[in-house]
Design a protein around this ligand. Structure first.
Ligand SMILES: NC(=O)c1ccc[n+]([C@@H]2O[C@H](COP(=O)([O-])OP(=O)(O)OC[C@H]3O[C@@H](n4cnc5c(N)ncnc54)[C@H](OP(=O)(O)O)[C@@H]3O)[C@@H](O)[C@H]2O)c1
Length: 264
């Protein structure tokens, strides 16, 4: 079964809904009649997407918030407590930097963990409780191929995405007892504004289209616990082999061939 407004509406909460995959999901939901609460740090892109959604005939609320803030849940509750939230799509999660772990400021390491591990867990707990009581709903958590094997240069991000996948798998099992869907989406190289800001640009047809990822997530919401974007399926299958040492070495060689030689 694909996304169903009667099961996954009338409101969605989308942390990271102001651009890229999150905004594409909000647009697709609006076309199905589902309203959205969009959360991100920058106000202007939030307001732009919200206006677009209203133009499609649904309601939209915005919350300008850094999801790593200690009072994140209180701030989210302030704009959602009066709503029936049938869908959580936790999209925000990209790593804020790269490079050897021991060269990072600990504050940056903690931010990656707060944005991914703490953020996904806290909001899944909060909205999951409400969905379980209603006996319907859906939770979509964004992952990465980096979460399937040790990934030097982004090891905290990679560990956080591994957490997300294993957490999603267990949550999927627990929540199906309450008729709530859970899906972890293994995202590949995707042509998002966040990647462009990092200087990563793609030739025509090279990076995945964020709207394709949005459609994949919504089409597979009831086919959890994990869906992999088609371009990454082969890599996912290789990286889930049991030779953890061999595949980390192989992954490191691939990453180092694409980054500056900080390990020389
Ligand atoms: N793009 C790829 O190639 C790729 C590859 C693998 C996995 N993924 C996964 O796909 C998801 C989306 O990735 P993306 O490339 O679009 O980048 P992203 O930076 O994770 O997502 C962009 C959205 O998240 C918001 N955001 C980022 N950090 C935030 C924070 N601390 N607090 C609140 N909002 C925040 C951004 O708005 P503001 O900047 O205004 O806050 C924007 O709405 C992530 O989970 C990422 O790990 C992406």
């Amino acid at each position: 079964m694909t996304l169903d407004p009667a099961r996954h509406g009338p409101w969605a909460v989308i942390p990271g809904g102001s651009e890229g995959i999150g905004a594409c999901i909000a647009r697709r939901l609006a076309k199905l009649g589902i309203s959205s609460v969009l959360i991100a740090r920058k106000t202007e892109p939030l307001e732009e997407i919200a206006e677009e959604l209203r133009g499609l005939g649904v309601e939209a609320r915005t919350l300008a918030l850094d999801l790593t803030a200690p009072d994140m849940l209180e701030r989210v509750r302030a704009v959602t407590d009066d709503l029936e939230v049938g869908l959580l799509v936790y999209n925000a999660g990209a790593s804020l930097r790269t490079g050897p772990f021991i060269d990072w400021d600990l504050a940056d390491v903690e931010q990656v963990i707060r944005l991914n591990v703490v953020g996904q867990t806290t909001l899944s707990h909060h909205f999951g409780q409400q969905m379980a009581k209603r006996g319907r709903g859906g939770i979509v958590l964004m992952g990465s191929l980096a979460g399937v094997a040790g990934s030097p240069s982004v090891i905290t991000y990679s560990g956080a995405k591994a957490y997300s996948q294993i957490f999603s798998e267990g949550l999927w099992w627990e929540m199906k007892q309450h008729d709530v869907d859970v899906l972890h989406v293994v995202v590949g190289q995707t042509d998002t504004p966040a990647m462009a800001r990092l200087g990563i640009t793609y030739e025509e047809g090279e990076g995945d289209d964020p709207d394709m990822v949005a459609q994949l997530a919504l089409d597979n919401i009831a086919k959890g616990p994990v869906v992999v974007v088609p371009n990454m399926q082969e890599g996912f299958d290789q990286l889930t082999n049991p030779d953890r040492k061999g595949l980390t070495e192989q992954n490191a060689a691939f990453i180092l061939s694409n980054t500056e030689g900080t390990w020389d």
